[in-house]
Every structure is written in C-alpha cells, then in structure tokens.
Design a protein around this ligand. Structure first.
Ligand code: ADP
Length: 446
C-alpha cells in the first residue's frame, strides 16, 4: 500500500516537471495553456489511477464480504487485483474457504442431528426459560397435531396442558431436576414424559421427551386380565364340582338315581374344564408358534361339509337351519386341516348358539383371486358396534349377563389360527339382525 501511495504522486510529479519544462521552451499564453492542459490531465489521471488501483479492488473485497455475510459462502474476490490489494484478496479468499468448509461441516452435523431427532419415535421438545417451545421434532408435531413452525415460540402449556408435566418442566428449569411422569391423554393414550434441564444449551433451557406407553400399558392390562379371567373361568366349574361332591357326600350317594344325576353334572363341569384348558393350550401353542402348522393341500368343500355335518345335530336340536354354499371353483387349499376345522367349528358353533329358534346359519366358501374366503352368517342376536372391534380378544364376552357358558377364548383361537395361515379374520354384525364372521387365507403357501 505504502509504495503504491508513493508511486502515484511520483508519476504525477514527473508529469508536472515535464509540463513545466515544456512551458519554459515555449512562451506567453501558449505555455500557460499547455501547462494547464497537462495539469488537468494529471488530475484526471490521478483520479483514474486512485479509483482503478485502490478503490475498485477494495470494492470487490467489500462486495465479497457482504455476499458471504448474506449467506453466499461461495463468494470470492475475483478477478485477483494486482499488487498488495491482490495479497489482501488472497488472504480474504483463504479465510472465505475456511469459513465455507466450517459452515458445510456445521450444516452437515446439524442435518445429521435433525435427522436423528426426527427419526425418533419419541416426541422431543426443547423449551426456553419462559417455557416456550423452541424446537419440536416430527414425533412432537404428531403428538401436538400441529406443524413445528406453528408451535415454535408458543407457550408449551398450549399444547401440553398437564399440571404434572408443567410442574416437572418448572422443576427442571428452576432447580435443575430430572422428572419422569406417566400421564394419561384422551383416547386412553399413556405417555411417559421425561423432563431434563439442558446445561450449556444457550436459550434451550428444558428438554421434554414423550414416550408412548399405550401398547405397553395395554399388554400389562391384558396380562393382568388374563390371569384374572383364567382364575374366574376355572372357578365356576370347580365350584360346581365341589358342590356336587358335597351333595354326594351329604347322602345323595346313597340314592342311585340322584347320585347319577349329580355325577352327570360333575361330568359336564369336568368337560367345561377340559374344553377351557384345551382352548388355552391351543391358543398358547399357536401364539408361541411352538407346534407349527401341519400344512397340506386340503379339499375345502369336504372340510366345510365335515364341520357342518358334525354340528348339524346341534342346529336341529335348536331349530336352526344350517346350509352350506360352496363355490364350484373353490378346489383345494394349503392348510392345517385339523386346526382349521376346529376354528371353523368354533364359528359355526357360535352362530348356532347365538341364533334363536327358527333362525338360519349359512356356511359359504369362495375363491377371491389367490385367496379362499370362508363366511359363517347367521340371523341371530348380533353384536353391538362398540363390541365388534374387541370381539376377537381372548376372554372377551359381549354381555356377561348372556352367560352362554363360553369362556370367550373361541374367537381368539380362530383369529390366531387364521393368522398363522397368513390370513385375516373379520366380523360384521347388526344387533338383533345377525352376524357374519369370515376369514380369508392364501390358497397356496409360498
Ligand atoms: P364363547 O366361548 O364365549 O362363545 P367366543 O370367543 O367364541 O367365546 O365368543 C366371544 C363372544 O362373542 C361371545 O361370548 C358372544 O358374546 C359373541 N359372539 C360370538 N359369535 C357370535 C355370534 N355369531 N352372534 C352373536 N354374538 C357372538
């Protein structure tokens, strides 16, 4: 810079000297005119030189700096100015390279962090000291049912008006405590909320992570219900057996006719117990996959007819008609015949059981592409819409007052058997009008 600053005045000075020498050779008005012209040219040249050699290169540095500040990290000083401003430009460009590299690294790191947070199934929310939402990941958007952009900057309480969680959040902010709460949300949703203070996170003061416990809770409830239900189902026949034994012991055993009656009743109770235990065992075998299916091509029409003929006497006793409708193209299907027969028997047995006298039960089978669809329809008492979604759960009985003597396991066995075949079950019903229980299976096993 300093030599440049010197060089311009020197060049100007030699021009001035030349102008004066020329004026000395000439005389009068001519010499004055020429010297004036030369000085004007020098002033112009100085202006041009100053702007060309200093201001323009500096302006390009200034321009590049402004572009970088505005986020264009690829901006550079180019073309390279000559001389010392060029060296300044080189240093500036090297600095811009380093800044660009750091920014690329930082944004890749930020992208990875964001991707990791967004692929979490847990809702993650960061709050500032005023408990406003500063960050919400995709799972949190789902939880709040609002886009993150809408949630950002808004009070957390708007989206989580739960005193337990809010207290925990305040404790994390004010006392640096970590809290774990389980809260229930509408729709029987259970959430575990973990609140932790964020140390060294700038304006991020508290982190809240919501973990959905609904499935875990449901499994716990199912397990608890299972034990309660099994005990309950065992208690009824066992109590019956006990009273039979007591009656016999109290003297009924001496009267052969009475004794026979009580023994028959005991036999029924034992049958109930055996059926319950067998259904439970079958359910647990299928669920655990311990005893695999014995799959072989089976004649579908023959299988349906076996089941229908087996249950026809029961239907006749009840005054319910039982008919069979098998499509001609049904043919054979790969299945575990013994297990599927049992499942179908369950459906037909229920249909007869829940259809009053004079009603009708129809068993049908048809092909739908590469699937076999079997339906059991009845004109019976039907199932209320609110019970239908739970009807295949084990131990689920629609109305305990109906006390059909069943254990509520039958349909669970059907569902698991069909699913083990790669199929699905369906129940449609209208209260007081009848029901259709159906299942569909792939005809051929891969
Ligand atoms: P259960 O041994 O009690 O019959 P299931 O699992 O087979 O057990 O059936 C569960 C409940 O579903 C039954 O208690 C009954 O209330 C209802 N249900 C099943 N099939 C029918 C049907 N065809 N019509 C009306 N209700 C039915």
């Amino acid at each position: 810079m300093s030599s440049l600053r010197l060089r311009i005045p020197l060049a100007a000075a030699s021009l001035v000297a030349a102008a004066l020498a020329l004026a000395a050779l000439l005389d009068g008005a001519e010499s004055l005119l020429i010297a004036g012209l030369v000085l004007g040219a020098v002033a112009g040249l100085l202006g041009v030189l100053a702007s060309r050699s200093l201001l323009r290169p500096l302006a390009s540095v200034k321009q590049a700096a402004a572009a970088i500040a505005a986020g264009d990290f690829g901006a550079r000083v180019w073309p390279r100015p000559a001389g010392e401003v060029g060296e300044l430009a080189d240093a500036f460009n090297r600095m811009a390279d380093a800044v660009q590299e750091q920014m690329t690294d930082a944004s890749a790191q930020r992208g990875r962090l964001e991707a990791a947070l967004n692929s979490s199934i847990d809702a993650v929310v960061a709050l500032d000291g005023d408990l406003r939402v500063l960050y919400a990941n995709v799972a949190a958007e789902r939880l709040f049912q609002r886009p993150a952009a809408e949630v950002a900057g808004k009070p957390f309480v708007w989206y989580m008006p739960n005193e337990q969680v809010l207290d925990a959040v305040r404790a994390s902010r004010d006392r640096g405590e970590r809290h774990v709460n389980v809260i229930e949300r509408p729709g029987r949703q259970y959430l575990q909320a973990v609140t932790t203070p964020i140390v060294g996170g700038g304006d991020w003061a508290v982190l809240v992570v919501f973990h959905d416990l609904t499935d875990v809770r449901r499994t716990e409830l199912v397990r608890r219900d299972f034990v309660a239900n099994v005990s309950h189902e065992l208690r009824t026949p066992l109590a019956g057996l006990k009273s039979v034994i007591e009656t016999l012991a109290a003297g009924a055993i001496e009267e052969p006719k009475l004794a026979h009656e009580f023994l028959d009743r005991a036999d029924d109770e034992v049958d109930r117990l055996i059926q319950l235990v067998e259904e439970l065992l079958e359910l647990s075998r299928i669920e655990s996959g311990e005893v695999p299916l014995v799959v072989a091509p089976a004649d579908v029409a023959a299988l349906l007819s076996d089941v229908a003929e087996h249950l026809r006497p029961q239907a006749e006793r009840k005054g319910v008609s039982l008919s069979l409708r098998v499509g001609e193209d049904v043919g054979s299907a790969d299945l575990d015949a013994r297990r599927l027969e049992r499942a179908l028997s369950n459906l037909v047995h229920n249909a007869i059981k829940f259809t009053p006298e004079g009603g009708a039960v129809t068993v049908s089978a048809e092909r739908a592409g590469d699937r076999l669809v079997v339906k059991v329809s009845d004109t019976g008492i039907g199932v209320a819409a609110e019970d239908l979604p739970r009807i295949f759960e084990r131990f689920y009985k629609v109305d305990h007052s109906r006390a059909s003597g069943g254990s509520g396991i039958g349909l669970a066995v059907v569902k698991h058997t069909v699913e083990a075949h790669g199929g699905s079950v369906k129940a449609e019903s209208e209260l007081g009008r009848g029901s259709t229980f159906s299942f569909s299976l792939p005809v051929a096993r891969p």
